[in-house]
Design a protein around this ligand. Structure first.
Ligand code: IPE
Ligand code: IPE
Ligand code: MG
Length: 254
């Protein structure tokens, strides 16, 4: 009797195997979540989780280059994260400044181009300067783009784009999706193909809400400091098994 059991079941995502020759997502966004819980599970303060998480960026970046990912956008601090206790916010600000100081030479030597998404004008002036310097110094690099979403919010980004469009006096009838995209923080980047969230939640938390319209979403319970090379390959393997239709139907179903 034909029925639901007659179809060959699609292999489960857990069995997906990474194919280095397969399609590689050009732009991957990562919501680096779970630092606090990683630390708590080890009886450590949250700050230790943020340190371990910051250290992990390098490992995942290197593997991204290896796989052939062209753009990596990492969510480092959201516009909502200011609501955390002041000492945690201060620690996160110090960590980004420290990472730039410690890693800029090495990132530059390895061809990493640094970009920033977010409201830079709201962070302290000396950190603004460090971030602008990192962007400027690496602007001709082309092994990978590391776009750091820092003091970033997807809604803030759309509001900022609307303000800019109005300032430029673009008439309403000329406002298209293309025009909006061109007024976002990083107009030259392609939309993300894959959004990875570590730490087990299934939400965007205001990350790339415009750009992720057709991104594949992957959530893993692994906490960010534990998300290693193999975990990245697993995420890309699942992406390779997804069927991206963009609203269309298969040719064979016409
Ligand atoms: C993500 O880890 C890092 C930032 C949001 C800056 P969390 O600090 O949110 O860690 P959890 O979610 O509390 O475990
Ligand atoms: C998202 O994580 C922001 C970053 C990873 C920087 P959060 O921990 O802030 O998100 P929620 O509060 O769980 O939604
Ligand atoms: Mg969190």
């Amino acid at each position: 009797m034909p029925g639901i059991f007659s179809r060959t079941p699609k292999s489960s995502e857990a069995d997906a195997i990474f194919d280095p020759q397969g399609v590689i997502p050009g732009h991957v966004g990562i919501i680096m979540d779970g630092n606090g819980r990683w630390a708590r599970a080890r009886g450590l303060p949250r700050a230790a989780g943020h340190r371990a998480g910051t250290k992990n960026i390098r490992r995942v970046l290197t593997e991204s280059v290896e796989i052939g990912i062209k753009v990596l956008t990492i969510y480092a601090f959201s516009t909502e994260n200011w609501a955390r206790p002041k000492d945690e916010v201060d620690h996160l600000m110090r960590l980004i400044s420290q990472s730039i100081q410690e890693q800029l030479d090495d990132l530059d030597a390895n061809g990493v181009r640094i970009l920033h998404s977010g409201r830079l004008e709201e962070v302290n002036p000396s950190l603004q300067k460090e971030i602008r310097h990192a962007i400027d110094r690496t602007r001709h690099n082309d092994s990978i783009v590391l776009n750091v979403a820092f003091n970033y919010g997807g809604r803030a980004e759309i509001v900022d784009a609307i303000k800019e469009i109005m300032r430029e006096g673009i008439p309403p009838e000329e406002v298209t999706e293309e025009v909006v995209s061109q007024h976002l923080y990083t107009p030259d980047l392609p939309d993300p193909d894959l959004i990875i969230r570590t730490g087990g939640e299934f939400r965007l938390s205001n990350f790339l809400i415009w750009q992720a319209a057709y991104a594949e979403f992957y959530s893993t319970p692994v906490y960010w400091p534990d998300f290693d090379e193999a975990e990245l390959r697993k995420a890309v393997a699942v992406f390779q098994h997804r069927d991206r239709r963009f609203g269309k139907i298969e040719d064979t179903e016409r």
